[in-house]
Design a protein around this ligand. Structure first.
Ligand code: HEC
Ligand code: HEC
Length: 408
């Protein structure tokens, strides 16, 4: 009984002037037809809703308080206590049904009929890790066989496909081959002075992490002028990583690899921060170049752009050369990942909502998360049409695999 007590207090109006606690929990639309209730579940209940079991303290609120039809407005809830569910209802802020009322026993009787699911009618899909793994491995295989990506010692490392593969599947069947290609080119005594060589040096420092790779990266660093501290980068008018502003994102990646080693790099990131797309600045959380106040502000800026359903549109992370691209899966996965690497609180319900959005939006057939190019439309049977899916899937895989954040 005592676990119901805080909820009773809430509904008795004591907390009416503040946001009610349950509204901070993970939530989703209920199954009912007609007016759709919002269902809220605390972390213990979320475990059960995803197919686990319900432990004492699990609580689920079924909220129709905003129904258009006033006669339907109510809040029903159930709390797990002593190995069984206790049921209650509130109408207009007043508790109308509570244990041991006969009406509460009727709620329990009907819910008990849903035995296989522990007395709960709604279920939430979990994500399909095997299907996502199959997708990533299949794309890595295609990349390794793609003639366009051929490079000395193997295939080139791309931001969209290979980098994400190496981060998400470092032990995957193609990872060693991509790393050894990078190593072959590091060992090559003949060095090119191209943007591509600089980009690769940064990516190699990030994924190989060796002193040799970092030393190579520093040889590419720009020593003077307004870009001092940063690295030559592709500018091919391709958002989000190869456009005129992408050098900032590249420098932030370098800072992740450098772990604070270069003062000119940190200064560059600080100096050029104003006006950078949120997408680029988010990497500073991972790089650790901000002081605690700045990091806090950046995290709050990211949360403030989150949609009610837990997602981020890619426009919310802009500005970009083109608006309105549907790359929501990519933007959501990337932002959740960056916030996780940037020490966001995993208990924050906003993280829960982001991860639940990802769980609900995996393509059941392909195992991937779909996003559209921010630049152009590629032919349906091309390798290129999958690049943003590769990135979205890699980041979603990483965000949903986070032990601390996804196990809640
Ligand atoms: C050298 C190995 C490599 C190959 C091969 C490669 N990429 Fe890309 N690439 C992009 C972005 C961003 C796009 C745009 C994707 C989109 O529009 O969906 C792109 C698009 C492409 C396209 C389509 C270009 C067009 O204009 O039609 C090809 C082909 C491609 N990449 C191949 C970021 C990168 C980055 C990040 C710095 C690296 C490294 C990178 N790419 C490395 C590589
Ligand atoms: C005749 C069967 C029945 C009775 C009686 C009943 N429920 Fe339910 N309940 C359902 C069904 C079916 C759903 C799922 C539909 C939906 O989400 O809109 C549900 C959903 C819920 C949920 C969300 C969790 C879940 O199981 O999906 C809560 C909380 C809940 N009911 C509480 C109550 C309370 C409190 C009472 C009594 C005041 C009650 N229910 C009476 C059938 C019943």
């Amino acid at each position: 009984m005592n676990r119901l007590y805080p909820l009773f207090l809430l509904f008795c109006g004591i907390a009416a002037a503040q946001p009610s606690e349950y509204k901070q929990w993970a939530s989703f639309d209920g199954k009912a037809s007609g007016e759709v209730p919002r269902v809220y579940a605390n972390p213990a209940a979320m475990k059960g809703l995803r197919g686990g079991s319900y432990t004492d303290g699990a609580a689920i609120v079924w909220d129709l308080s905003a129904a258009k039809d006033a006669s339907k407005r109510r809040i029903d809830w159930m709390v797990r206590e002593g190995g069984k569910w206790e049921f209650a209802r509130a109408v207009d802020g007043k508790v109308t049904i509570k244990p041991p009322d006969e009406a509460a026993a009727k709620c329990a009787a009907c819910h008990a009929g849903e035995k296989a699911r522990g007395g709960v009618f709604n279920v939430l899909p979990d994500w399909n890790r095997e299907a996502a793994t199959r997708y990533l491995d299949a794309r890595a295989k295609q990349w390794s066989e793609w003639s366009v990506a051929k490079a000395k010692g193997g295939s080139c490392v791309s931001c969209h496909t290979t980098l994400l593969y190496l981060l998400a599947r470092p032990e995957g069947p193609y990872a060693a081959q991509f790393r050894s290609g990078l190593q072959t080119r590091l060992d090559d005594s003949e060095q090119k002075q191209t943007d591509g060589a600089s980009v690769e040096a940064v990516l190699a420092a990030l994924v190989l992490g060796s002193d040799q790779a970092k030393a190579r990266m520093w040889t590419k660093q720009i020593k003077e002028g307004t870009a001092r501290g940063s690295f030559p980068w592709y500018s091919l008018d391709l958002d989000p990583w190869e456009s005129s502003k992408s050098a900032y994102w590249g420098a932030a990646l370098a800072a992740v690899a450098a772990k604070g080693e270069s003062a000119p790099l940190t200064e560059y990131l600080r100096r050029e921060m104003p006006g950078q797309p949120l997408h680029h600045r988010l990497l500073l959380l991972w790089a650790g170049t901000l002081n605690p106040d700045e990091a806090n502000r950046l995290r709050e800026e990211a949360w403030s752009k989150q949609a009610d359903d837990g997602s981020w549109t890619v426009d919310a992370l802009g500005p970009w050369k083109k608006e309105g691209t549907n790359a929501t899966a990519f933007a959501t996965a990337y932002t959740a990942f960056a916030l996780q690497r940037g020490a966001a609180d995993c208990a924050d319900p906003r993280m829960g909502r982001a991860l639940d959005w990802l769980r609900r939006n995996q393509n059941a057939e392909t195992g991937s998360w779909s996003s559209t190019s921010m630049n152009k439309s590629f032919p349906a049977d091309s390798m290129q049409i999958g690049f943003m899916d590769d990135a979205a899937t890699g980041f979603a895989f990483l965000a949903l695999s986070s032990k601390s954040c996804a196990d809640r």
